[in-house]
Every structure is written in structure tokens, then in C-alpha cells.
Design a binder for this molecule. Structure first.
Ligand code: BGC
Length: 471
């Protein structure tokens, strides 16, 4: 249990409870909404506000999180997140008015937003380079487990009086675990070096790596820390701009492919496709949740072997193809009769393709590509914009369906996948197995953004073969 391999896994697992809460609290609302109306009269716009409140909180939280974690440390902020989750959950579960639910959900949103940035950052900074991708993806795995459990809980608690309170309240368990777990974990060694607490950083690294010689790691971090924390304005510096653009692009793409139209509205889509009873729609939705988890397990296992780019590109093809098929099925009314199963099949292919690619990769790549002094502020900016796109896509989906029709709406997301494929093919870097400090050196040495993941001794732009042989 105390081997370094297990230790870093446990450390990452505790931090990734923030991901579990992210998934749980975003997934639970679809079910809870159905039952809140039994306690309070809810207008459509109030429903949208309850769904949107978490997303608005997340935008606010993620935007401020860079500064907060740079100032107060990654671990300190993770403890604050746990408190916010506990508080927000208690307010929402005990609410005696819709406004209290809204209030509680905004708290939860702020915690989700800060956590969606801080947990992958903390894990990336604690992990050894060769396992970083897989461990950061653990956070995404926990997001998907959170979504899946919320679907199951929605199903189990459906039809119980006052069930929405229980649906919200269960979130308090992982929040408590996160708080207690973080009390036991060390601060990020990179943040400690940044605070000039070298001795503590050394001890932490020795603890995490199992007493190996960690001097080269300390030296690498120190090298990458020669300058002070960057300001928000500085992340737009000319030499960093291409890297920032790739981050912003991935943050946009992850949401613009329409993932949350499936995650938040799957029962609606299945209903439109011809499943007339609520239980078959919910069952198909649970299927989506389960496949999301399983394909993420695959990503966790193979991301550091296969690499980021092949998974990203394959995922975009899978998502694009399944969305075109979904659109075609709705267009030709294929969904009527037994062929509606083909609609379910394309939703399944879509979720699998998302989970092993963009789902996992946004968080991994964004935690890797920014030089340390810019990492806090740049990463939180990217994550905040991604939450903004989430809000935009999930609050326009129903009106698009209404105005354009299902077929045309899904074509929009499918075309986004195709454009995303071309841009990713041209510019997204491969960062597997390379230290964060090496990536930083490459950026500072003026490598093109596509090449910032070239390993230390590779001289030229790598081909597929050199990438493989360098790992
Ligand atoms: C995305 C969420 C999405 C989830 C689905 C995450 O990476 O940021 O918006 O709901 O994946 O698994």
C-alpha cells in the first residue's frame, strides 16, 4: 500500500473526489428538477436558472481559482472547496424556497468551478511525468462516475416524496471525504518550491516518490520558476499566445461538440427518438453514463501509452460520425420503429468517443502546456471559458431543437467535430512522457505549439516513429 505507485495513486484519488462532486452535482439536477415542482411551483425560466446557477457559479469559481491557488496553495484551496460543497449542499437540500435552492447551487457551482481547475493542477504537479496523463485523467474518471451515480440515484429516488432533498443531500458524503482526505495530503511540491519552501518540497517529493533522489526534480522546478507569477495581461504575451490559443480552443471544442446536450438531456433525446416510456429513456441514459465511465477507464489506462493526439483525433472522428448518423436518423425518421435503437447506438458511440478523447484530454493537456509562472492564471482562464461554452451550449440546445429541428441541430455539432479535427491535427501538441519543465523550455525556446512536447534530446520536429521510440 505504501509503495510510491500506490501513494501517488491515493493522493490523486482523494484530489479527484472534487471531480466526483463535479459530475454528481451537474448530473443530479436533471432528476431533482422533476420533483422540486412537487414542493414549489417552478416556472420554466426558474428551471433554467436552477440549471444555469451551477454553471454561472463554475465560471466565477474557475476564473478566480488561478489567483487563489497561487496565493493560498493548491491544498488549502482544495479544503475550501470541500467546505463550499458541504455548505452549498446543506443549503440546497434543506431549502424552504426556490431562492435558497438557487443560492445553494451557486455555492456548489463555485466549488465545482474552482475544483475543475485545482484538482487536475494538483494532481499534475504531484505526479511523476510518465504517469501524469493517467493520473490527471483519474479526475475525469471521477467526473464520469459522479455523473453515472447521479443517474442511478435519480432512478432509485424517483417517485419518493421529497426525493429531491435526498438527491442533493447524498452529495455531502463525497464532500466530507474530500475535506478529510485533503487534511491528510501534502501541499503540491511545485507550489512549495515557488514559495521558496525548498525543504518541505524536498520532503514531499521524497514522500511521493518513495525516497528517491529528487534533487533533479527540485532543480528542474527551480529553473522553471525564475520569474514571478504572471498577471492576467501577461498570458497574452506574444510568445505564449499560440499555447493560450490551443488551450482556449480545446476548452471551446470540449463543449461545442455538444457533450452536455447528451449528458443533461439524454432522456429528452431518447424520448424524441421514439422511446415512449420514461423508464426506457432513463435506462438508456444510465447506459450512456456507464459507457462514459468505461471509456474513461480506457483513457486513464492508455493515455500515457497511446498518447494524446491519436486519442483526440480518433475521438473526434467517432463523435463526428455518430452525430452525422444521429442527424441522418432524425432526418429520415429512422427513429420511428425498431430502428430507433440505431439512434441509441449512435448516442453510445458518441459518448464513448468523447470519453476517451476530449473528455479526458482537455484537463490533461491544459494542466500541461502552460509554463509554471503562467499556469495558474492561464489554466483558470481556459477552464472558465470552457464553463462559459458549457452554459452557452446547454442553454441554447432546447431552443435550437425547437427552431431548427433535431437533424439540423446535431449537424451543427458534427461540423464542429470536423473543424475541430483539422485544427487539432495541425496544432495540438503531443505531450506524453515529457516533463512539464521540458514543455516549458520548448515554449521558451520558440518551438511551434505543435512541437512543445518534444522530449529533451530530440533535435527536430518528431515524426510518429520518433515520438513512439522516445517513450
Ligand atoms: C466536461 C463536462 C461533461 C463531462 C462528461 C467533462 O470533461 O467538462 O462538461 O459533462 O466531461 O463526462
Amino acid at each position: 500500500m505504501s509503495t510510491p505507485k500506490n501513494k501517488i495513486f491515493l493522493v490523486s484519488l482523494v484530489a479527484a473526489l472534487a471531480g466526483l462532486l463535479f459530475g454528481f452535482d451537474t448530473g443530479i439536477i436533471s432528476g431533482a428538477l422533476l420533483f422540486i415542482k412537487n414542493s414549489f411551483p417552478v416556472s420554466i425560466s426558474m428551471k433554467e436558472m436552477i440549471v444555469g446557477s451551477v454553471l454561472v457559479g463554475a465560471i466565477l469559481g474557475s476564473f478566480s481559482s488561478g489567483r487563489l491557488t497561487d496565493r493560498y496553495g493548491r491544498r488549502g484551496i482544495m479544503l475550501v472547496i470541500a467546505l463550499l460543497f458541504i455548505l452549498g449542499t446543506a443549503i440546497a437540500a434543506l431549502a424552504n424556497s426556490l431562492h435558497m435552492i438557487l443560492f445553494g447551487r451557486i455555492f456548489i457551482g463555485i466549488a465545482i468551478g474552482i475544483g475543475s481547475y485545482t484538482a487536475p493542477l494538483y494532481i499534475a504537479e504531484a505526479a511523476p511525468a510518465e504517469r501524469r496523463g493517467g493520473l490527471v485523467t483519474l479526475n475525469q474518471l471521477m467526473i464520469t462516475i459522479g455523473i453515472f451515480s447521479s443517474y442511478c440515484i435519480n432512478y432509485v429516488f424517483a417517485n419518493i416524496d421529497g426525493s429531491w432533498r435526498w438527491m442533493f443531500a447524498i452529495g455531502i458524503i463525497p464532500a466530507l471525504l474530500l475535506g478529510l482526505g485533503m487534511l491528510l495530503l501534502p501541499e503540491s511540491p511545485r507550489w512549495l518550491v515557488k514559495q521558496k519552501q525548498i525543504e518541505r518540497a524536498r520532503e514531499t517529493l521524497q514522500y511521493l516518490r518513495g525516497n528517491k533522489n529528487v534533487e533533479h526534480e527540485i532543480a528542474d522546478i527551480q529553473n522553471s520558476l525564475k520569474m514571478k507569477n504572471a498577471s492576467f495581461k501577461q498570458i497574452f504575451t506574444k510568445w505564449l499566445r499560440p499555447v493560450l490559443l490551443i488551450g482556449l480552443f480545446l476548452g471551446f471544442l470540449q463543449q461545442a461538440v455538444g457533450i452536455n446536450t447528451i449528458i443533461y438531456y439524454a432522456p429528452t433525446i431518447f424520448h424524441m427518438a421514439g422511446f415512449k416510456t420514461a423508464s426506457t429513456s432513463i435506462l438508456a441514459t444510465v447506459g450512456v453514463g456507464l459507457l462514459n465511465v468505461l471509456a474513461t477507464v480506457f483513457a486513464v489506462k492508455y493515455l500515457d501509452k497511446i498518447g494524446r493526439r491519436p486519442l483526440l483525433l480518433a475521438g473526434l472522428i467517432g463523435m463526428g460520425a455518430s452525430l452525422f448518423f444521429l442527424s441522418y436518423a432524425f432526418h429520415t425518421q429512422l427513429h420511428i420503429g425498431s430502428l430507433r435503437w440505431l439512434t441509441v447506438a449512435s448516442a453510445f458511440v458518441y459518448i464513448i468517443s468523447f470519453a476517451f478523447s476530449l473528455g479526458a484530454l482537455l484537463w490533461v493537456i491544459v494542466s500541461e502546456i502552460f509554463p509554471l509562472e503562467f499556469r495558474g492564471v492561464a489554466m483558470s482562464f481556459v477552464v472558465a471559458t470552457s464553463w462559459f461554452w458549457n452554459l452557452t451550449v446547454s442553454t441554447t440546445f432546447l431552443s435550437l431543437l425547437h427552431k431548427l429541428g433535431a437533424s439540423e441541430t446535431f449537424v451543427i455539432y458534427a461540423v464542429t467535430c470536423m473543424i475541430g479535427f483539422v485544427i487539432s491535427y495541425l496544432w495540438v501538441p503531443e505531450t506524453k512522457g515529457v516533463t512539464l519543465e521540458q514543455i516549458e523550455n520548448n515554449i521558451r525556446n520558440g518551438y511551434s505549439v505543435r512541437d512543445i512536447g518534444i522530449p529533451r534530446d530530440a533535435k527536430r520536429k518528431p515524426t510518429i516513429e520518433t515520438e513512439v521510440s522516445n517513450v
